[in-house]
Design a protein around this ligand. Structure first.
Ligand code: PGA
Length: 278
């Protein structure tokens, strides 16, 4: 496992998930990627809906492939199940001649509340750069969506001790020009690329170190209050066996779960671990 970094900063006020009387929201989001058939999608969401739901300070989110979104939203609504739905990507324009693309306003009008932007698979396989991701975030917010913005270093970057610099660039360029009000609708997911789908997880200390750094960065660029309210999720081989220890970290406010969100037992167990911190 890659070693811990040396960052020991952080911000004195962040002793707990609280800021003058208010709690930061814990979020567990499932990222299904390009997996599962339509029938399996409905079965899975049916199984989640019976067992888990969002509550005051905790939100459960499912991000299925875009074509399934309206049916899944309807299924949760009909069952009165308080689970939010999100897209996995959107185009940086709201509409136009972009064959095959999905816009933020299409996701929003299909019932999605969230959209994942900047996932490392999109950065690596579709060459998405911070500047483009910044446009996508703006377009998504304009469409009324909440954003889960993903950042994370590769193994080479970690080994070269570049992690914090990479995170700093991804965060600051990704959220450039956003207002404090915009940031209320943004969640950041720290997903070390070397931990995604590999079975290798960042240790709780490694995750905490980067999460604290992200929060400190946000405080520097906006305000301590905005930073204190920002939910920062960990992603990368989160499983029932490691979720509790990760979410127990002061600056880890939930998870973005890939593989384990395709198994109802594992996803439900992760949500339950998160609920234990409410
Ligand atoms: P994983 O994926 O949980 O399968 O590692 C996480 C993600 O890619 O969001």
């Amino acid at each position: 496992m890659p070693k811990c970094l040396k960052y020991s900063g952080g911000i004195a006020n962040y002793e707990a998930r609280t800021y003058p009387g208010m709690k930061r929201k814990i979020i567990v989001a499932g990222n299904w990627k390009m997996n599962v058939s339509y029938d399996e999608a409905l079965r899975l969401t049916g199984a989640f809906g019976k067992e888990v739901s969002s509550s005051n300070n905790m939100e459960v989110v499912v991000c299925p492939p875009a074509p399934y979104i309206p049916s899944i939203v309807q299924q949760f609504e009909m069952g009165n199940q308080n689970i939010s739905v999100g897209g996995q990507n959107c185009h940086h324009e709201q509409k136009g001649a972009y064959t095959g693309e999905v816009s933020a306003s299409m996701l929003a009008s299909s019932g999605a509340k969230y959209v994942i932007i900047g996932h490392s698979e999109r950065r690596a396989q579709f060459n998405e750069r911070n500047e483009l991701l910044n446009k996508k975030i703006g377009t998504a917010l304009e469409a009324g969506l909440h954003v889960i913005y993903c950042v994370g270093e590769t193994l080479e970057e970690r080994r070269a001790d570049h992690t914090l610099q990479v995170i700093k660039t991804q965060v600051t360029e990704g959220i450039a020009n956003l207002t404090s009000q915009d940031l209320e609708k943004v969640v950041i997911a720290y997903e070390p690329v070397w931990a995604i789908g590999t079975g290798e997880t960042a240790s709780p200390a490694q995750a905490q170190e980067v999460h604290a750094y992200i929060r400190a960065l946000i405080a520097t660029y906006t305000s301590a209050e905005v930073a204190a309210f920002l939910s920062i999720l960990y992603g990368g081989s989160m499983k029932p066996a490691n979720a509790r220890e990760l979410i127990a970290q002061q600056d880890v406010d939930g998870g973005l779960v890939g593989g384990a969100s395709l198994d109802e037992h594992q996803f439900i167990a992760i949500v339950r671990s998160a609920q234990s911190f409410l």
